[in-house]
Design a protein around this ligand. Structure first.
Ligand code: NAG
Ligand code: NAG
Length: 427
């Protein structure tokens, strides 16, 4: 089910060809679905192989469980593979980004870092970074020096210009060009720092900043300063024995080979190095909606003022062209618009269409209440393997679904995620 909250852009052609095997689109139910019908929706989707094995959770602010269940096995093609549970490790990809942003904010609280600091002061390689200004007729990239210096605020809000290749045509073309070159040059920026929102590798760079300041590897920093205090034990820079899945153009899903194990000595990328479980990640999220302190253990990872000021506040108005020194028209897509140029990785869509959106450190923020659902200034984000969550600071409710399927923004998974949210706010 694709509800009105996730209108797939340019998906009409796709919808006709990519999902013929899925159930017909249903009209969103007007009555509140009970927990039993939520169970039914998930279990039917798994049974009919419309989604791979999946876990769902919803918690109240005090950590009490509003809903928790899991269905299916780790490998859709093998009924005898391990069942999915709330402690199944999954590749959470970009769900890593919020954790890395929190790590950076800890350093801000300790006065070891300021959001106004320049990136190049901690990460000297940045001094060599250029802006991609298009291509010559011969297909050579036109590169120039940035007009502004990137700050930590730019990194943490995805406004430093570091756009992912699959979301930016110019960077995609540059990557093709670069692959043909003998000497590798750093990926250029899609635009000047502060010129617009470009979702991308900004948080990887933020990870290098954290390493430079702390003197620790990023995964060690996060283990010691976030996971250990919260009692999170099944999350980290590890390669579990896991499957990934692909929805093919004909709509069917098959398991694909797990990604090659990551060497424990590899540099962890702050944009997506984590493997985690829905139990662990919801422990992290419930800490965020308790203003940085876990409701049961009392462990604190951030001060409440930091949570309020940075984690659940739209920082885009400050981050984009704040000082007036550059004559920028906002570049890049509006926050929350997602236009993929690699449909095998991600479909195109808009998050929360019709709702004003911003970006904090480092969550998608809805600036208005979503009727019957999350309140204004909730935070949300996702992982490319179709994992999604929201955290509602005002209502004190959160929810997440964890699975392992590409391409991103799968309508079936989003439909189930919508049902979970409807259930939570009807309860
Ligand atoms: C910048 O690039 C040049 C040429 O590739 C290289 O020699 C130099 O070390 C780089 N500087 C930094 C700070 O990375
Ligand atoms: C769907 O496509 C996949 C990949 O091309 C193929 O392996 C599978 O057999 C197809 N299934 C059906 C039912 O057509």
């Amino acid at each position: 089910m694709v509800s009105a909250r996730h209108i797939l852009l340019g998906a009409l052609a796709l919808g006709a060809t990519a999902f013929p095997a899925t159930a017909p689109v249903q009209i969103a139910q007007r009555t509140s679905p009970s927990a039993a019908s939520l169970d039914d929706a998930f279990s039917a989707a798994v049974k009919e192989k419309r989604v791979p094995g999946i876990a769902a959770i919803a918690l109240n602010r005090d950590g009490s469980v509003l809903y928790k269940n899991s269905w299916g096995t780790v490998n859709i093609d093998d009924d005898k593979s391990a069942p999915i549970t709330s402690s199944t490790k999954m590749n959470i990809a970009s769900m890593t980004k919020s954790v890395v942003a929190v790590a950076a904010l800890q350093l801000v609280e300790q006065d070891k870092l300021s959001l106004d600091d320049f990136v190049e002061d901690y990460y000297p390689e940045w001094k060599n970074i250029s802006v991609l200004d298009g291509f010559t007729d011969d297909g050579e990239p036109i590169l120039r020096a940035p007009k502004t210096k990137a700050t930590i605020l730019h990194l943490i809000t995805h406004t430093a210009g570091q756009g992912y290749w699959f979301l930016d045509e110019g960077i995609s073309k540059w990557t093709e060009w670069s692959n043909k070159q003998e000497t590798k040059t750093p990926t250029p920026l899609a635009a000047d720092p502060g010129a617009g929102w470009f979702y991308g590798s900004n948080i990887d760079t933020l990870g290098y900043v954290i390493e430079a300041i702390s003197g620790l590897r990023l995964d060690d920093y996060i283990e010691y300063n976030i996971f250990k205090p919260l009692g999170i034990k099944n999350s980290g820079f590890i390669q579990a024995d896991m499957y990934t899945h692909r929805r093919h153009e004909n709509g069917t899903i098959t398991a694909t080979a797990a990604p090659a194990p990551i060497s424990p000595t590899a540099k962890p990328g702050g944009g997506g190095y984590l493997i985690s479980t829905i139990d662990d990640y919801s422990t992290y999220l419930v800490t965020l909606i308790n203003w940085g302190t876990h409701p049961q253990s009392g462990a604190t990872i951030l001060k409440s003022s930091t949570i309020r000021k940075y984690v659940f506040t739209d920082l885009i108005p400050v981050a984009i062209s704040g000082d007036g020194t550059c004559d920028f028209k906002q570049q890049g897509p509006p926050v929350g618009i997602w236009e993929s140029n690699v449909q095998t990785m991600s479909l195109s869509s808009e998050f929360l269409p019709g709702t004003k959106k911003g970006w904090s450190a480092s969550l998608l923020i809805n600036k208005e209440d979503v009727p019957g659902r999350r309140k204004a200034n909730s935070g949300a984000w996702a992982g490319i393997n179709n994992l999604f969550y929201w955290v509602d600071l005002k209502s004190g409710k959160l929810g997440a679904v964890f699975t392992n399927l590409q391409p991103f923004l799968d309508p079936e998974v989003l439909g189930l995620f919508d049902k979970l949210e409807e259930f939570v706010y009807a309860a």
